[in-house]
Design a protein around this ligand. Structure first.
Ligand code: ZN
Length: 335
C-alpha cells in the first residue's frame, strides 16, 4: 500500500470517536496477533493424548490427517467420520484470541479476579471473560477426583440457592442482602459436601438441597476413599454411609460437647469452609448453576496458595486441556 494512503487512514482514525478507535484497535490486534505458539500446542497435545492419540468424539484411534486449517493440522476419524484438531473439545476450541491472552486470563483467575476486572485486564469483552471462566472450570471439573486417605474429615456447608442470571426463575426474585425465606436448613439451601484428608487432598461437591443423605454422600465419596477413617459430625447419614461401605467412622457429637476425640476433629474441613465462604463473597451470590465451577476454582486456588501466580495460571490452563469436554456457549447459558 502506498504510504500516503496509510497516512490518510491514520488521519481518519485519529478523528474517529474513542469507541470506534477502540473497536478498530481490537480488530487489528486480533488480525495481527500470532496464533497459538507452537510450543504451547505441543505441551497441550502431550497432556491431552497422554494415553494415545484418540478421537475426541468417539475415543477410537483409527485416525488420518485431514489437511490444515489456519496453520493447524486437522484430523479425521475413520470410525465416526468426524474431523478435529488439537484444540477440539478444549477451552481453546474456536477461540479468536492467541494463547497470550488465555495465559493472562488464567493469571486473573489464579488471583480470583471478577469477570469485569479480568475482562479489563486482558482486553476482552465481559461476555468473553464469562465464557472463558466457565470453559476452563467446566473442563477442570471433568478431571478425576483426588484420592483421600488416612484421617478424612467430612462435613457439609450451605449456600443460599441463587438463580442469578437465569431467565427462567422458578420462584420470585430475591435481592442481594435478603435472608433465606426459612430458618435453619431447608430446600433453599444448597448443600456442599467437603471431604479433606490430612495431606490436604480435597473433594468438594454440590450434593443437593437441604440436609445431606447417605446416598448423596456416596455420590461425592464413592471411589475416592482409600484406607481411611472417616471423621464427621453425628449426622445419621454419615453413620449409614460408613456402615454400608464398611468404612471406620469417628463421629463427633458437638451438641453434646464432643468437638474432638484425640487426633479426631473437624478443624481442617471447617477452616476450609470458612476460607471458601470468604473467597466466594466478592462474587455476590454465585448462581447455583455455576456453584460447582466455583468449588473447583477455589480448590485450585486454595491448594496453590504459596505458588507464584504464573505457575498457577499455567497449571490452570494446562490441566483444563487434559479432559475432552465439549462446552458450548449454548450449554453454558442453558438453565
Ligand atoms: Zn471418532
Amino acid at each position: 500500500m502506498a504510504v500516503p494512503a496509510v497516512q490518510q487512514i491514520a488521519q481518519v482514525i485519529s478523528q474517529l470517536p474513542p469507541l470506534d478507535q477502540e473497536f478498530l484497535y481490537r480488530r487489528l490486534e486480533r488480525l495481527l496477533q500470532p496464533r497459538l505458539s507452537p510450543q504451547v500446542v505441543v505441551d497441550f497435545r502431550e497432556k491431552r493424548f497422554a494415553n494415545g492419540f484418540s478421537c475426541p468424539h468417539c475415543q477410537r484411534t483409527h485416525i488420518h490427517r485431514h489437511g490444515k486449517y489456519k496453520d493447524r493440522w486437522r484430523y479425521r476419524c475413520v470410525d465416526c467420520g468426524k474431523t478435529f484438531n488439537d484444540a477440539t473439545a478444549s477451552p481453546l476450541a474456536g477461540t479468536h484470541y492467541g494463547i497470550d491472552r488465555w495465559l493472562k486470563y488464567a493469571k486473573c483467575m489464579s488471583q480470583g479476579m471478577t469477570i469485569r476486572q479480568s475482562a479489563q485486564d486482558v482486553g476482552i469483552s465481559v461476555p468473553t471473560a464469562f465464557y472463558w471462566r466457565h470453559k476452563i472450570l467446566t473442563a477442570l471439573r471433568n478431571l478425576p477426583k483426588s484420592t483421600l486417605t488416612g484421617i478424612v474429615e467430612a462435613d457439609e456447608t450451605f449456600f443460599l440457592e441463587s438463580q442469578k442470571g437465569s431467565r427462567h426463575l422458578t420462584r420470585p426474585a430475591r435481592y442481594s442482602g435478603d435472608k433465606a425465606p426459612l430458618r435453619g436448613i431447608s430446600h433453599h439451601q444448597v448443600c456442599v459436601l467437603v471431604a479433606r484428608d490430612r495431606q490436604t487432598s480435597t473433594v468438594s461437591e454440590v450434593v443437593g438441597r437441604g440436609r445431606v443423605t447417605a446416598e448423596q454422600i456416596g455420590t461425592a465419596l464413592d471411589g475416592v476413599l482409600h484406607d481411611c477413617v472417616l471423621c464427621t459430625d453425628a449426622a445419621s447419614a454419615y453413620r449409614t454411609y460408613a456402615n454400608d461401605k464398611k468404612i471406620p467412622l469417628e463421629a463427633l457429637n458437638a451438641r453434646r460437647g464432643v468437638k474432638k476425640r484425640g487426633i479426631y476433629h473437624l478443624g481442617n474441613v471447617n477452616s476450609y469452609h470458612s476460607r471458601l465462604k470468604r473467597w466466594i463473597r466478592p462474587f455476590n451470590g454465585v448462581s447455583t448453576k455455576y456453584l460447582p465451577n466455583y468449588l473447583v476454582w477455589f480448590q485450585r486456588i486454595d491448594s496453590t496458595n504459596n505458588f507464584p501466580r504464573n505457575v498457577v495460571a499455567n497449571r490452570l490452563l494446562h490441566h483444563s486441556h487434559t479432559p475432552m469436554v465439549f462446552t458450548t456457549t449454548k450449554r453454558l447459558l442453558s438453565p
